[in-house]
Ligand binder design. Structure first.
Ligand code: SAH
Length: 248
């Protein structure tokens, strides 16, 4: 079972239990909690209504990056369009994508936000796409566990229909952890080669993140890119040593 449901900073333990029940009814088993506000808590058991096998397997993660580190497809559920310009899927299309990726052997995460504040931009940034349940504009936010139920149901439908895995056309995309390591290396290298020239690095780093998330490079491609970064860093060091004025 390669599909996990990740609940980020959940406030109400009842929602954790209800989410466990929701995924259990649709044949899923993996719930990951990122920094839950109250857990463990008797309300988890109460609302889980006997989905004990899901509760027993609940995993805890300190942050979203850790929760999805080994995933090759990360989809963020959001009631509203945020500042982050991500591709947007309807639940049905997202479910088909997710099941196809899982059938190819990729780990997949569906990520749900806090009841009041939803997913932060910084968290959506780690997703390949966002999924919006097409609710009405003036009352669009579902209860957390009900959003989990809608997505679990769509995944079940898509899973019942998914054909046997087609041969993989290419290597699997890099994991979230590999992507984060690359973005870290990229940020440092841009400093080393004095790319920013006093401007704030924020916007350009966001653009580059978007570009590479969209491209979904595989591990080998990331290694090539990181090789280029390392060489650029080496050349910058050499230039400084040769007496060029340091950047900044
Ligand atoms: N005020 C918050 C609502 C949070 S509801 C916001 O605007 O984001 C808790 C979580 O349930 C959300 O973070 C999201 O993961 C999920 N959710 C609720 N309604 C949704 C919808 N219409 N589409 C997609 N996800 C939804």
């Amino acid at each position: 079972m390669r599909i996990r449901f990740v609940l980020v900073r959940t406030s109400h333990p009842g929602n954790i239990g209800a989410a466990a029940r929701a995924i259990r009814t649709m044949g899923f088993a993996r719930l990951v909690l990122v920094a839950p506000k109250r857990y463990p808590d008797p309300e988890v058991q109460a609302l889980a209504a006997g989905a004990d096998d899901v509760l027993e397997r609940i995993a805890l993660a300190p942050d979203l990056v850790a929760a999805v580190a080994d995933c090759r497809l990360v989809l963020g559920l959001s009631a509203r369009r945020r500042g982050v310009a991500l591709p947007e899927y309807a639940p049905r299309a997202a479910a088909v994508e997710a099941q196809a990726a899982a059938a190819r052997g990729d780990e997949v995460a569906l990520v749900f936000g806090n009841e009041r504040t939803g997913l932060e931009n910084d968290e959506l940034k780690r997703c390949h796409a966002m999924v919006r349940i097409p609710s009405v504009d003036d009352f669009g936010s579902l209860n957390l566990a009900q959003a989990v139920q809608v997505m679990a149901y769509e995944l079940r439908l898509a899973g019942l229909e998914v054909p046997p895995a087609p041969p993989r056309p290419r290597d699997p995309p890099a994991t979230a952890a590999e992507m984060e390591a690359f973005f870290g290396h990229l940020a440092v290298t841009l400093d080393d080669i004095d790319f920013h020239k006093g401007r704030s690095p924020r916007t350009i780093l966001q653009r580059l993140r978007k570009l590479f998330m969209r491209a979904q490079p595989d591990s080998r491609e990331l290694r090539v890119l990181r090789g280029i970064l390392s060489d650029a860093q080496r050349m910058a060091r050499r230039a400084h040593a040769a007496g060029e004025p340091p950047p900044g």
